[in-house]
Design a binder for this molecule. Structure first.
Ligand SMILES: *Cc1c(COP(=O)(O)O)cnc(C)c1O
Length: 394
């Protein structure tokens, strides 16, 4: 038996190698500090756990999800977009609940791309965008996100022929892995550019509720004309520390919402009803205080780590959002070399920037999903590791 060639783009040798190394060190009993995991270390809000616990107890709530109307969840999503971003959505035609945003993040390419089509994806960027593009037989062209441009794509530098050929572009602010955010002017320019070149925009807004210094990130739909040219993904995963629930949403352009719901009618059977109920509670009785307190803790962690990196002599970009730090590896090292050595010698795991694309080379991503004490310990370990190795490299 031979696996279909279609899946060739999903081969990820590097990820396998990372997992093997982590597993080996764990077997050896090493105390690994894993700053690779993009999954919050805090629990979800207690009042939501209560809703979930009660719902699961109901013996009537364990049928196929199609047994229950999901209109109330769609309305809760529309309500949240209105209260959070001031964006009006038609719950029936412009909202689609997802089994986590990863659900649409992968399947949406079936709706937008034919074989041989061109899609634009950010570099560095979340690897699943490119994987989804290539699995449907389309081509992914990388749009560099450079520090000089605050990790935003320079739309004016995309050649006209490329822009006109492209069917879609992936946008992700607040950005994984750099932590960059996008200002209103960027979205306005993006909408004009997308209209002029007939490129469909898919905006991944998974991190909109993890932000610092009271700088609330935007939704793509806050800007006029967005619904004609795009859709946006959002997720409860990062907002309410509940990555395991698998609850997300796609909103915006009704043609794509309708196309994706056709795909999903075959690809899954909907969302477990208790998860629908707890998602509605989260979206309707949004807990600003919970989010503010969580973000405050993350901000303190960010500041501790930034100060620590500075002391060690490693350069990092202070993020305005997300729980990631995007830091430079020392000169003379590749990302991979530095991160693997830090793992083996300091037992600290950070993700090599090259995993996110060629423009991620020279960087590493640090997830602040550990306590302050643990982060201080990380800095202490990195300090010794860097001192030892930089001496040797000279
Ligand atoms: C975490 C994350 C998501 C959210 O994934 P879910 O499937 O909703 O849990 C989406 N996009 C990016 C870039 C992420 O890092």
């Amino acid at each position: 038996m031979k696996i279909a060639r279609r899946l060739d783009p999903l081969q990820d040798v590097l990820v396998m190698e990372m997992n093997m190394r982590l597993a080996r060190l764990k077997r050896e009993g090493r105390d690994i500090i894993n700053l690779g995991v993009g999954d919050p270390d805090f629990p979800p809000p207690p009042h939501l756990l209560q809703v979930l616990a009660e719902a699961v107890q109901n013996p009537d709530y364990h049928h196929y999800p199609s047994f229950y109307p999901n209109q109330p969840l769609k309305e809760a999503i529309a309500h949240w977009y209105k209260s959070r971003f001031g964006v009006e959505l038609d719950p029936t035609q412009e909202v689609l609940p997802l089994l986590g945003s990863t659900d649409a993040l992968f399947l949406i390419h079936l709706c937008l791309l034919d074989e041989g089509d061109l899609a634009l994806v950010p570099d560095p960027g979340y690897p699943s965008y490119e994987a989804g593009v290539r699995v449907v037989g389309a081509r992914a062209e990388k749009i560099p996100l450079l520090k000089e441009n605050n990790f935003l794509p320079n739309l004016d530098q995309i050649p006209l022929t490329t822009a006109q050929k492209a069917k879609m572009i992936w946008i992700n602010y607040p950005h994984n892995p750099t932590g960059a955010t996008a200002p209103p002017e960027f979205y306005e320019r993006l909408i004009a550019w997308a209209k002029a070149n007939d490129v469909f925009v898919v905006a991944d807004n998974a991190y909109s509720e993890i932000y610092f210094d009271n700088q609330r990130p935007h939704s793509f739909f806050e800007f006029p004309g967005a619904k004609e040219v795009g859709v946006e993904l959002h997720s409860l995963s990062k907002t309410y520390n509940c990555c395991g629930w698998r609850s997300g949403m796609l909103v915006g352009n009704k043609d794509i919402i309708s196309a994706l719901s056709k795909v999903k009618a075959h690809a899954d059977r909907g969302m477990f009803y208790p998860i629908q109920l707890v998602s509605m509670a989260a979206l309707q009785q949004g807990d600003d205080q919970f989010i503010a307190q969580r973000n405050q803790i993350l901000q303190e962690r960010r500041d501790i780590f930034l100060t620590g990196l500075k002391e060690i002599g490693l350069e990092a970009y202070p993020p305005q959002a997300t729980f990631y730090l995007w830091a430079r590896v020392p000169p003379k090292y590749s990302s991979l070399e530095f991160c693997f050595q830090a793992l083996e010698q300091a037992h600290v795991w950070m993700i090599p920037g090259s995993l996110y694309g060629q423009y991620g080379e020279g960087y590493m991503r640090i997830a602040l999903t550990h306590s302050k004490e643990r982060l201080r310990e990380t800095i202490a370990r990195l300090k010794i590791f860097v001192q030892n190795n930089l001496e040797r490299k000279k």
